[in-house]
Write a protein that binds this ligand. Structure first.
Ligand code: GAR
Length: 188
């Protein structure tokens, strides 16, 4: 049984999808949630699911390095770290502690529309197809090796909110199935 740690910053709908999926999976269990905002709704979702939480106030540390050193020291053993709506760039300390063992969910078809507002940027650009990417985290911004992508059509009548709803529905399926595939292939 693989051990997963989820990192999230806000709503946590992807955390909830992962928690539901792995509550009954023989492949893996979620052993902790790391959150960087004390008032993020994802924390209540983890508590309701009985998953231990670790809230990290980055501002309480002098540097990102110090904050990441504290995280590394506090985390339980894990096979994979999953960024599911974690709105921070991972620094060299966490990358070195979990080499090739951190993956990220992004709400666009990378390398298009990296960054924090992938859905809004794709909508504003006027693309007819956008989508969802799961990739390995490296030192760049949304630049690591792509593990999975699913396209989402931007239909003529869609508002940006409609597009976000469609993207999230795809995310909630793609992230657990990608993690399952990594486990089944022996990649983690
Ligand atoms: C998701 O759409 C995820 O792809 C995005 O944040 C959202 C979190 O939603 N991540 C990024 O934009 C990372 N650059 P959630 O809190 O409901 O899971």
């Amino acid at each position: 049984m693989k051990r997963l740690i989820i990192f999230a910053s806000g709503t946590g709908s992807n955390f909830a999808a992962l928690a539901a999926h792995y509550a009954a999976s023989p492949l893996a269990q979620i052993v902790a949630l790391v959150c960087d905002h004390a008032d993020a709704p994802v924390l209540a979702k983890a508590e309701a699911a009985g998953i231990p939480t670790l809230t990290v106030d980055y501002k309480a540390y002098p540097t990102k390095r110090a904050a990441e050193q504290a995280i590394v020291a506090m985390l339980p053993p894990a096979d994979l770290l999953i960024l599911a709506g974690f709105m921070r760039i991972i620094g060299p300390t966490l990358l070195a502690a979990y080499p090739d063992r951190i993956i990220n969910l992004h709400p666009a078809l990378l390398p298009s529309f990296p960054g924090r507002t992938g859905i809004e940027d794709a909508y504003a650009y006027g693309v007819k197809v956008t989508g969802v990417t799961v990739h390995v985290v490296d030192a760049g911004i949304d630049s690591g090796r792509i593990l999975a992508q699913v396209p989402v059509a931007v239909l003529p009548h869609m508002s940006c909110a409609d597009l976000a709803t469609a993207i999230h529905a795809v995310e909630h399926r793609l992230l657990p199935t990608t993690v399952d595939r990594l486990i089944e292939e022996g990649a983690i």
